[in-house]
Design a protein around this ligand. Structure first.
Ligand code: GUN
Length: 312
């Protein structure tokens, strides 16, 4: 990628110091990936072949989940994938959902199955994740996928961490021997990105530290990061004094903060205090427009991979 929209620029908050910081454009990279995938689907169609299919299962009325599921379905349709959204009532039982998951395990038109989390309290998330056929686990949450990631076998990477690695690749940010510090230990982001960065592969092979809320002195760790990945879920948590000059900062946070000047009454901010941290960085992902758009792009890529594997 040659074009960086912010090389050597002088943002108003940088105190007239010219910065070399590059703002990573996740929206642009994600849209490039979608174009690439659409071209692949068009080729399949031209040959009269079936297309990749993704079923997304939404249980209940969680408003954020509805938005995510609709975006996922729309992204599938735009590139020509078969897409289905299974909307189930809040009162759905665990057995009913297990039965539905099983029916899609057996349905050859759908190569990927995504059960949107969180689930209503009467349903065990781990039981449902365990019921998804590992070869259709495009979320990469099944214990088989997690185990394969840890031991370095080919598998589905969870979409957000996969998106982070893809951004590093496309911006040619080298990670070999670098100190990657991950703040946050969730199963969706913290643990998988740490394991991805640890792999003995290109755009990985890093020295990895995972920190979390129990750290007595978090700054001790973050200040030693060459690449800092913030996945905490607390708005503007990472401050300028926690980051050394030249760090690559990846902000995974998507936090709503009240803002009466916005039509919706809130705005989205990351886990990093962008205004004060960014002038110290070499690369940084903004929120919105950084890691966020990559998550759906990687879901599409995983679904395409599941389709190719099913055809073998
Ligand atoms: N809820 C929030 N993020 C995700 C995700 O990546 N996959 C699923 N299935 N549910 C989520």
């Amino acid at each position: 990628m040659k074009e960086f929209y912010s090389r050597n620029f002088n943002p108003p908050w940088a105190d007239n110091k010219l910065t070399n910081m590059i703002v990573i454009d996740g929206k642009k990279v994600a849209s490039e990936i979608r174009v690439e995938l659409k071209q692949e689907v068009d080729k399949l169609k031209a040959k009269g072949k079936s297309v990749p299919g993704l079923v997304t299962i939404l249980v209940g009325e969680n408003s954020a989940s509805k938005v995510y599921v609709n975006s996922k379905a729309k992204a599938c349709e735009e590139i020509g994938f078969l897409s289905k959204v299974e909307k189930l009532p809040e009162s759905t039982t665990e057995d009913e959902l297990l039965w539905i998951v099983q029916s899609y395990n057996d349905n050859n038109s759908f190569h990927g199955i995504l059960v949107q989390l969180p689930l209503p309290k009467q349903i065990s998330e781990s039981k449902i994740i365990n019921a998804i056929a590992p070869e259709k686990d495009v979320d990469g949450f099944h214990p088989v996928s997690v185990g394969n990631l840890v031991i370095g076998n080919d598998t589905f990477f969870p979409c957000t961490p996969a998106g982070i690695q893809e951004l590093l690749k496309r911006y040619n940010i080298q990670t070999k021997g670098k100190h990657v510090v991950v703040v946050g230990r969730s199963n969706i982001v913290g643990k998988p990105i740490a394991n991805i960065m640890l792999q003995k592969k290109e755009f990985a092979n890093a020295i990895v530290t995972i920190c979390h809320s129990a750290a007595a002195d978090l700054k001790k760790y973050t200040l030693s990061a060459d690449i800092l990945i913030a996945a905490i879920g607390v708005p503007n948590f990472i401050k300028a004094d926690m980051v050394k000059e030249g760090t690559v900062v990846i902000d995974v946070g998507i936090n709503r903060v009240e803002d009466s000047t916005k039509p919706k009454g809130y705005r989205i901010v990351g886990d990093v205090d962008f205004e004060n941290v960014s002038p110290k960085t070499s690369f940084i992902t903004p929120v919105p427009g950084g890691v966020g758009p990559m998550t759906i792009a990687m879901l599409l890529q995983n679904t395409f991979k599941a389709y190719l594997k099913a055809g073998k």
